[in-house]
Design a binder for this molecule. Sequence first.
Ligand code: DSN
Length: 423
Amino acid sequence: MTASQHQHPALAAADPELAALVGAEERLQAETLRLIPSENYVSAAVLEASGTVLQNKYSEGYPGRRYYEGQQNIDQVETLAVERAKAVFGVDHANVQPYSGSPANLAVYLAFAEPGDTVMGMALPMGGHLTHGWGVSATGKWFRGVQYGVRQDTGLIDFDQVRELALKERPKVIFCGGTALPRTIDFAAFGEIARESGAVLVADVAHIAGLIAGGAHPSPVPHVDVISTTTHKTLRGPRGAMLMSREEHAKALDKAVFPGLQGGPHNQTTAAIAVALREASQPSFRDYAHAVVANAKALAEALLARGFDLVSGGTDNHLILMDLTPKQVPGKIAAKALDRAGIVVNYNTVPYDPRKPFDPSGIRIGTPSLTSRGLRTEHMATVADWIDRAVAAAGTGDEQALTAIRAEVADLMTAFPAPGLPV
Ligand code: DSN
């Protein structure tokens, strides 16, 4: 019997083909070093909650105000998730129903803007997100997106540009936060600009929600109107999202999520969010969040020592953005070679990238997953060494070197089993 047949006996009996794929994915996740900064390993408890019969239930509406009967348990599940979110993040209001980050952000626009209005966010190639008004996204097609970036000399957000743009364009909504930002987000500076320009300020903290919950990144709460976050990145919950705010915005956000944008909430996900938030309120999660940052800083130092060029010169959080131009290996070739070496990353544009997004100059890495497995700062030199050797092997086409690294990675991973995976 394989581990997967043990774990999922009904699935293995009913659909061996699919069960085999799940088993293969379990092995892949167990044996490889996962450095994609937006990924993580959920606990067995979160995994169990997301695979429950709660998924059989329709519950359009909110606790106590549903359009379907039979909500005796579902109302309590959602209320638990909401109350835990409020406690963990210190907010008046939480909506735990958005299906994921993009729908959560769409709901924000629906709440505060009309089609054609000007909205503002960080440009995607600078480290923003598609839904922050980028042209190919509905948010850039249905609204007039104006975009800020980082300074070319420092790699840091250009607050002079943000202020100038906001005062000139008077956006209805300003998004801060992003997907490739290695430095602390200055929510206070954004708050001042949003107040000056009369915009609703939204902090998209999807990447750093777990760091905020664990006290390893400043909270946006006193400075912003709305917090949007996914729940599956550093927060280590299921794939889902939340919107949080002061009481004054509660109604607008709730109406935008349902009935504005979505139908029935995914109750199994709501349950798993509740479990993840309970985990995030424990002292051990504070240790985890600080360890994620300590690991990223140690890894950045080790990479700098090996001649890697890091955007902004390092990191304050969980994420490192590397420009591989000096190594003369394009990001995509490096990412694919690293994958063959058992190190999973994603290729990524770097600010002012002369190359195209589908074949950019950089790779993006992060420490949330390896920290969940228990790796600590003393292991980061080894990780940097593997990356260095794999990128060099990518340049010379040395497949044997990649195979050797893959074996070394699998060896270390065996000593650090990932949460939620069959051993
Ligand atoms: N796809 C996510 C990331 O990898 O950062 C953002 O939505």
